[in-house]
Design a protein around this ligand. Structure first.
Ligand code: HEC
Ligand code: HEC
Length: 295
């Protein structure tokens, strides 16, 4: 194991100890009982980008994550905040302020001894500012006393924010998702260069339902050899497509395939591919490159 690994492990252990200390202190602020232990102990380490996370190349608008956010998952993720924050109406301030009704409210407006860093920020908590804050508190308000590394996963942030929004007398409406680029334009798909070899590996996620060898049998889904460039929901050795996909029209190109693999249920509502979709644009591009390569 490398030194870097040991350093990371050391910090993770250290953070865990700090967090344990904090929960011990903060438990005095609780009526008790409801306090859940975080699923994952320790903070994420700022600046360490996990391999395969794409290093910020993800072009998916944050609104799209909000649109498919899961409030129950957000409630679970709140375990990471609960050592310092209560969220129900009238909850006591602990190491951090009570968070009831925070989205939509002025920044640093609850009864709490905020840092000057956060007080000086001004403005309201909206979807954009809250996302930036939760992604990296220290970057959003340098000198803040919220000692929390941040949530780098946009879906986790979105889940948490939708949960936060529900804890309010006047929840904010969800922002609209910017229109996906028209078929043919697809700057997102075009900007990301796919790697067919990686795509072949990712295809493991599809292989339960699809063969992709020439002459391979149709299974739960159709055989996919040469599907790129062909009609959507057509042919495939007489595979029984749903009306939803058959009725779609058009051919499989970069844009249609990218949209389909992002969110099959949205691309063709009522279709029978029970697959949640791939949120990672790079992974989609890899699989598309692989699909193109198999003729
Ligand atoms: C280690 C303790 C700690 C943890 C963990 C923590 N916070 Fe905080 N939080 C604080 C403190 C302290 C402040 C006040 C910051 C300041 O004044 O600079 C704060 C402030 C905030 C604010 C601003 C509130 C306002 O009235 O403007 C929000 C929103 C917030 N936290 C959300 C969260 C969420 C969501 C999580 C979990 C993902 C979280 N915090 C985790 C300590 C914590
Ligand atoms: C749980 C099973 C399942 C999984 C997993 C799955 N698919 Fe499918 N797929 C289907 C079904 C069923 C259909 C037919 C949908 C319909 O007719 O509504 C389909 C249709 C398709 C089509 C359309 C074919 C055509 O000729 O129009 C493509 C392309 C496709 N899948 C690609 C993929 C890829 C790539 C993955 C992995 C990232 C994947 N699928 C994962 C079941 C699955």
């Amino acid at each position: 194991m490398s030194d870097r690994f040991n350093t990371i492990a050391g910090w993770t252990l250290f953070s865990g100890i700090v967090l344990l200390g904090l929960s011990a202190v903060s438990s005095r602020y609780y009526e008790g009982g409801k306090n859940e232990r975080p699923e994952k102990m320790g903070f994420e380490i700022a600046g360490v980008v996990q391999e395969g996370e794409g290093g910020g190349k993800d072009a998916t608008p944050f609104e799209a994550y909000l649109a498919k956010a899961d409030i129950a998952k957000g409630e679970k993720a709140f375990a990471k905040c609960a050592s310092c924050h209560t969220i129900d109406q009238g909850g006591a301030a602990g190491l951090g302020p009570n968070l009831w009704g925070t989205l939509g409210a002025n920044v640093a407006s609850h009864p709490f001894a905020y840092s000057d860093a956060l007080k000086g920020k001004g403005g309201k908590w909206d979807w954009t500012s809250m996302s930036a804050w939760l992604e990296n508190p220290a970057k959003y308000a340098p000198g803040t006393k919220m000692s929390f590394a941040g949530l780098s996963d946009p879906q986790e942030r979105a889940n948490l924010m939708v949960y936060l929004n529900s804890k309010s007398a006047s929840p904010l409406p969800l922002p609209a998702v910017p229109e996906a680029p028209a078929a043919g334009a697809a700057p997102e798909a075009a900007a990301v260069v796919g790697d067919a070899a990686k795509g072949q590996k990712s295809f493991a996620k599809c292989a339960a339902c699809h063969t992709i060898t020439p002459g391979g049998a149709n299974g739960i889904g159709p055989n996919l050899v040469g599907v790129f460039g062909e009609g959507i929901g057509q042919g495939r050795g007489g595979y029984a497509f749903s009306d939803a996909l058959k009725g779609k029209g058009g051919t499989w190109d970069d844009a249609t395939m990218d949209a389909w693999l992002t969110d099959p249920a949205k691309f063709a509502p009522g279709n029978k591919m029970t697959f949640a979709g791939l949120a990672d644009a790079q992974e989609r591009a890899n699989i598309i490159a692989y699909l193109k390569s198999v003729k």
